[in-house]
Write a protein that binds this ligand. Structure first.
Ligand SMILES: [Ca+2]
Length: 313
């Protein structure tokens, strides 16, 4: 099987960083055509920087990184420095990137790539707010039927929200973009908090990253050390959930995950539940299924995969 061509759309973010590293460590399975940065966890100037910091950490200055949208479609930007720190990548001390940023806008790159590559062969992997993807769909509706799949981290149903009582951060930041993406007709797989909150970095799992003894292993351990203080205080959990790497792990080992093909709609009108992913898990409506909503993962299998792949960098 040839490697699956992917575009990683991202707002790094320590967990985005680990997702990018996992993808770059897995060239037999995924071919990263480009990384498109979007505003989210931190403003765009920082996500553009952080994406390149991580490529350089992986020794991959050749990866194409594009700057995308700096604000949601219809709302002011909400960021998450309270989780990720001022830079978005707080924890390890990593050098400023020297590799270039591409000239083209991220949205143009997404459109051009989907038009240039054979239909159905490019998978979009959004790890942040869906602004870049929705903007591409608005500007070039013809690309919707050319998308091989959209595998995204976002949303929550039984686990409920992490930024409001009902909404998960990525969807909440740009609910209008999310609504358009979920309505676009492309095959969608959702890694919501229901699944990602089971991917907890316990001390033993973080020690395994550090014990790799490599630049990458130590940096991932230090990122997780920083990132986890927030979730430990909030949820009383053993460690931080590695949300975004679940997207790449699903591409590599879908057998580690289980979910249901259901209808998922995005609330865009209610101030109280804005950005809620209303998943018809029990099939109580006649709305057509539009997404595979992942509900569970094999956490030990996930961390074994992640550690084994990070060791390759
Ligand atoms: Ca993210």
């Amino acid at each position: 099987m040839p490697a699956r061509k992917i575009i990683i759309d991202t707002d790094p973010g320590q967990d985005d960083a680990v997702a990018i590293l996992l993808a770059l460590a897995s060239p037999d399975e995924v071919d990263v055509l480009g990384i498109t940065a979007v505003a989210g966890n931190v403003p765009l100037d920082l996500t553009v920087r952080n994406a390149r910091v991580i490529c350089e950490l992986a020794g991959r200055q050749d990866v194409k990184v594009f700057a995308g949208c700096d604000a949601p479609l219809e709302r002011p930007l909400v960021t998450a420095e309270h989780v990720h720190g001022r830079t978005g990548l707080d924890g390890p001390s990593l050098p400023d990137p020297a590799m270039p940023l591409q000239d083209r806008h991220a949205v143009d790159f997404i459109i051009d790539t989907l038009r240039d590559e054979p239909a159905g062969t490019v998978t979009l992997c959004p790890l942040g707010p869906l602004t870049n993807v929705a903007t591409a769909l608005r500007r070039a509706p013809d690309i919707a039927e050319r998308i091989g799949g959209i595998v995204l981290m976002g949303g929550a149903y039984f686990e409920v929200g992490n930024i409001t009582p009902t909404a998960e951060f990525n969807i909440y930041v740009d609910p209008h973009a999310a609504a358009e993406v979920f309505a676009c007709g492309a095959p969608i797989t959702v890694l919501p908090l229901d699944a990602t909150h089971k991917a907890l970095v316990t001390k033993a799992r973080n020690d395994a990253f550090r014990a790799l003894g490599t630049k990458v292993g130590v940096a991932v351990a230090e990122m997780t050390d920083f990132f986890e203080r927030f979730d430990k205080e909030k949820y009383g959990s053993d460690g931080a959930p590695l949300h975004d790497p679940c997207v790449i792990a699903w591409l590599l080992r879908p057998d580690l995950f289980s979910g249901r093909h259901v209808n998922v709609e995005i609330e865009t009108a209610s101030e109280l539940t804005l950005g809620m992913t209303v998943a018809d898990w029990w099939g109580v409506t006649d709305r057509a299924p539009n997404a595979t909503f992942i509900g569970d993962l094999d956490a030990d299998g996930f961390f074994a995969l992640l550690t084994e792949r990070l060791a390759r960098l």
